[in-house]
Design a protein around this ligand. Structure first.
Ligand code: ATP
Ligand code: MG
Length: 509
């Protein structure tokens, strides 16, 4: 039988032991896990832990403080399937979450904690930066006045992007959003722009394919890929863009130009929503937490062009947002549209009809980019948007009647030619000079007599003929930023000769 006297003394022994433990543990430095589920640990103790501080759990597992409550902490754990359990001890690190930065990251694929995930060994670095830091103040920001060439005709001509600008790429699923970002990265080759691609919630296979494409086009040597894929837990996906921008900031403050792509922020918002629901924060509109706007504004504010006192570098940001059935007035899209300096809207109907890149020139805008557009491009592309708008209007109108007068027919033909020259295949970015020449001949109406299916062939012939006989034209445009009357005449004459050749050829056929 059990002796109650013994039981009492047993409980006394336990109490004494607990008291002893209690005395030994300094609850400001050591905490204990009260509960853990879905990657969130509730911690008792660690009274002085800071928001965003790294917390060390046993077996090299780390977490980040995201909730500070009266007598507990909510910590997001950065690793899945850990064996952290109730009662485990954890410690403060007294450091906020940070990532390694520097040139050692170029060519590498890393996770949001800065650990390599490309199997190419350790990353060599000498410095770390906290993932959260204050954006430069208005006083330290400079006007955007230098173009960032995407190499894509439709963008560089109609919606030009400047270094330090934030331009949103928005569209439905599978409309070529990532393609635009990747082409822009590929086009930065030999242009002294460092690129950071941040994948959030993408499939691992898509990232692997993207990295191999970047390697193929020799773009990995100036690029870092930060990846938190779809199977990773919400805290890592939440952290990814902040890590990426910290990596970019290091170079910006050294006076370099950086391009950063966030692919995509819709998935980032969903990861944050998951995280907040797990942290038991109250949900707001569409179940997103109340600070979702702040989440993205504090991220995108960190992209800008800084003045000489801060090094004179820039971060150009291309955030990507996915819409549902083209609805740009949904919650997350409107938030991000209002934070950025313009948007490239990709239309799924245009994409399906073969107009690729599917940029909708009606709904796309760049609010600061035109100040940064090259003079020659401005000269040839000034009324391109207007001509396209005219064309669309006439097209709608012409559906009502069959008898069209010549003026209407001409507008329709010219518009179709303009749309045709703006078609551009993926991975085929063009230097400014070639874009200017293509748009110049189209704008002058010199291609209106050519059947649309032949236009790209003619443009190719024109380009190669100019490259053989008068290569200085490309130099004038690219380097000197001008298209003189003499050069215009040469281009027109060369094109005419090509057209005559084609006619002769088709007659003899
Ligand atoms: P998701 O919503 O899945 O992220 P997305 O909008 O990022 O898709 P992409 O993956 O960039 O779209 O492109 C979708 C498909 O369209 C790809 O197969 C891509 O190769 C093709 N594509 C994109 N741009 C072009 C283009 N300019 N010319 C031809 N094909 C293109
Ligand atoms: Mg994509």
């Amino acid at each position: 039988m059990f002796d109650t006297k013994n039981l009492n003394s047993l409980s006394q022994i336990i109490k004494d032991e607990i008291d002893k433990v209690g005395n030994k543990i300094d609850t400001s430095a050591v905490g204990q896990v009260v509960s853990v589920s879905d990657g969130i640990a509730t911690i008792y103790g660690l009274d002085e832990a800071m928001y965003g501080e790294m917390i060390a759990f046993p077996n090299d597992v780390y977490g980040m403080v995201l909730n500070i409550e009266e007598d507990s902490l909510g910590v997001a754990i950065f690793k899945s399937n850990t064996d952290i359990k109730e009662g485990d001890f954890c410690q403060r690190t007294r450091q906020v979450v940070s990532v390694p930065v520097g040139d050692g990251l170029l060519g590498r694929v890393i996770n949001p904690l800065g650990e390599p995930i490309d199997g190419q060994g350790k990353i060599i670095f000498t410095e770390r930066r906290p993932v959260e830091s204050k954006a430069p103040s208005i006083i330290n920001r400079e006007k955007i006045n230098e173009p960032l060439q995407t190499g894509i005709k439709a963008i560089d001509a109609m919606i030009p992007i400047g270094k330090g600008q934030r331009e949103l790429i928005i569209g439905d699923r599978q409309t070529g959003k990532t393609a635009i970002a990747i082409d822009t990265i590929i086009n930065q080759k030999d242009k002294n722009v460092i690129c950071v691609y941040c994948g959030i919630g993408q499939k691992n296979s898509s990232i692997a394919q993207l990295v191999s494409r970047l390697k193929e086009y020799d773009a990995m040597k100036y690029t870092v890929v930060v990846n938190a894929n779809a199977s990773q837990e919400a805290p890592l996906q939440y952290l990814a863009p902040y890590s990426a921008v910290s990596i970019a900031e290091y170079w910006m403050y050294q006076g370099k130009d950086v391009l950063i792509v966030y692919d995509d922020l819709s998935k980032h918002a969903v990861a944050y929503r998951t995280l907040c629901l797990l942290l038991r924060r109250s949900p707001g509109r569409e179940a997103y937490p109340g600070d979702i706007f702040y989440l993205h504004s504090r991220l995108l504010e960190r992209a800008c062009k800084v003045d000489k006192s801060l090094g004179g570098g820039s971060i150009t940001a291309l955030p990507i947002v996915e819409t549902q059935a083209g609805d740009i007035s949904a919650y997350i899209p409107t938030n991000i549209i209002s934070i950025t300096d313009g948007q490239l809207f990709l239309n799924s109907d245009l994409f399906a009809n073969g107009q690729r890149p599917a940029i909708d020139s009606n709904l796309s805008v760049s609010r600061v980019g035109s100040a940064a557009q090259k003079k020659t491009m401005k000269f040839v592309a000034s009324n391109l948007r207007m001509a396209l708008a005219n064309y669309r209007e006439m097209l709608d109108f012409s559906r009502f009647g069959s008898d069209l007068d010549k003026a209407t027919k001409d507008i329709l033909t010219h518009g179709a030619v303009l749309l045709e020259i703006l078609k551009q295949e993926q991975y085929k970015t063009l230097p400014l000079s070639k874009q200017v020449i293509d748009i110049f001949v189209a704008k002058e109406g010199l291609l209106d007599s050519i059947p649309p299916e032949k236009i790209h062939e003619v443009l190719k012939l024109l380009s190669s003929s100019l490259a053989t006989h008068t290569p200085e034209i490309f130099v004038h445009i690219d380097r000197d930023d001008e298209l003189s009357l003499k050069d215009q005449e040469i281009i027109k004459r060369t094109l005419n000769n090509i057209k005559l050749d084609i006619e002769k050829y088709s007659i003899s056929e």
